[in-house]
Ligand binder design. Structure first.
Ligand code: SF4
Length: 400
């Protein structure tokens, strides 16, 4: 498995696969072809189908802002390797192609091409939860210690920076006002949820705070603000909301939060390695479901759960999102995405309670649910995989 740094990419919303990834690919191609006269980029499949709402073209054009660039949309053509494909072409002064490159935005801001399977080298020798549980058991160590063992001590600095950005996103989102961009006229509601919650009795107050934190980040993301993909932009509100909630309600210390981030990153990494975190490939179960699994594991670790209870919590996070489709209204990362983050955060808190009540034994393992999620996603018709051609995307979502 790659480093968990690949799970937590810091960048700007609204979409890790449709904005962050294509922007990164554009930057790489431009660096290689600085002297080209002009460029063309062809967007295929899901990238073309929801690229307008996800601001894919703007992200690419921003990278090529000092060059001639034409964006071509081919939503009906899906390249075999991944539904999020884009082909860059560089032209010389005789209008001949001087270079071309096909890249795939595979989720969470990661890019691969026809010759690569992953973006970076593997740092972990194990590939799934079963192997990691065995290692942890034999060595008497926790998941976060496993992460530190293979990532090195530098991982704590990286996670501290990610947590800092997450907290800033919550703060910015809670201060945000007005309508989100994109035409749905969707008002931000994080601040009003937070303020109204102050007047409630404790259980409702806590729940409204949890909702408000998740909404804050998701609204920041939808508005193109700075966030940490966890594991994607669309699902970036779930984990930070749960971390902030436990920090505030249970006075969890800063080190516990960083260790929870390490374990959550490991969970996301297992899903990314053995299945997918791309809504275009497996639907929203791969984005919100994975984010919920990460947050569930983080919560259970922060509450002192055993590695088996943490594994159970993560398993529930994914299991109870199986089959969840990706059908964003108007191709925007707003409906159902924003509210979905709030409810996944609440579910993560419940999974923690459930796992701690148990002795950690359960019948379907995390690895089995990851495999099931992937197979379910591949079986989904493409209209439910980030093309905005079915489901909720059949409706305009406008105010009535
Ligand atoms: S529905 Fe889920 S997978 Fe699709 S864009 Fe929204 S958050 Fe991402």
């Amino acid at each position: 498995m790659e480093s968990i740094k690949e799970i937590y990419k810091i960048g700007y919303g609204p979409s890790s696969s449709h904005t962050m990834g294509p922007k990164k690919a554009a930057g790489q191609f431009l660096t290689k072809n600085k002297k080209a006269e002009r460029f063309e980029v062809v967007l295929y499949g899901s990238l073309a189908a929801t690229g307008k709402g996800h601001l894919t073209d703007l992200a690419i054009k921003d990278t090529f802002k000092n060059h001639k660039i034409k964006v071509i949309w081919k939503p009906k053509i899906f390249l075999p390797k991944h539904p999020n494909a884009l082909k860059f072409m560089a032209f010389g002064n005789n209008n001949k192609i001087t270079d071309e490159w096909t890249a795939y935005s595979v989720g969470g801001g990661s890019i691969i091409d026809d010759f690569t399977k992953s973006e970076t080298a593997n740092v972990y020798p194990h590939k799934n939860m079963e192997e990691i549980l065995t290692w942890s058991n034999l060595n008497g160590k926790q998941f976060w210690e496993y992460v530190a063992e293979y990532e090195g001590e530098g991982i704590w600095e990286f996670l501290a920076e990610a947590w800092k950005v997450m907290q800033a996103s919550i703060k910015n989102g809670l201060n945000g006002q007005g309508v989100l961009p994109g035409g749905l006229k969707l008002p931000r509601k994080a601040q009003s949820f937070f303020l109204k919650g102050q007047n409630f009795a404790t259980p409702f107050k806590r729940r409204s705070q949890l909702f408000a934190y998740a909404l804050a980040i998701s609204e920041e993301n939808a508005g193109g603000g700075k966030i940490v993909a966890a594991p994607t932009c669309g699902a970036s509100g779930v984990l930070p909301a749960v971390l902030k909630y436990f920090r505030k309600v249970y006075k969890t210390d800063e080190n516990s939060v960083l260790r929870a981030l390490a374990t959550a990153g490991l969970i996301g990494n297992i899903v990314k390695t053995n299945a997918s975190i791309s809504g275009a490939e497996v639907g929203c179960q791969g984005e919100i479901g994975t984010a919920c699994a990460m947050a569930s594991a983080a919560a259970t670790q922060m509450m002192g759960g055993t590695i088996y209870q943490i594994e159970y919590s993560a398993e529930m996070g994914l299991e109870h999102h199986l089959g969840l489709t990706c059908d964003p209204v108007a191709g925007l990362v707003q409906i159902p995405c924003i509210e979905r983050n709030a409810f996944a955060a609440e579910r993560a808190v419940s999974h923690n309670t459930f796992a701690l009540m148990s002795d950690g034994r359960h019948r379907i393992s995390f690895d089995e649910v990851v495999e099931t999620m992937y197979k379910t996603g591949i079986d989904m018709q493409s209209k439910y995989r980030e093309t905005s051609e079915g489901g909720l995307a059949n409706f305009d979502g406008l105010p009535r």
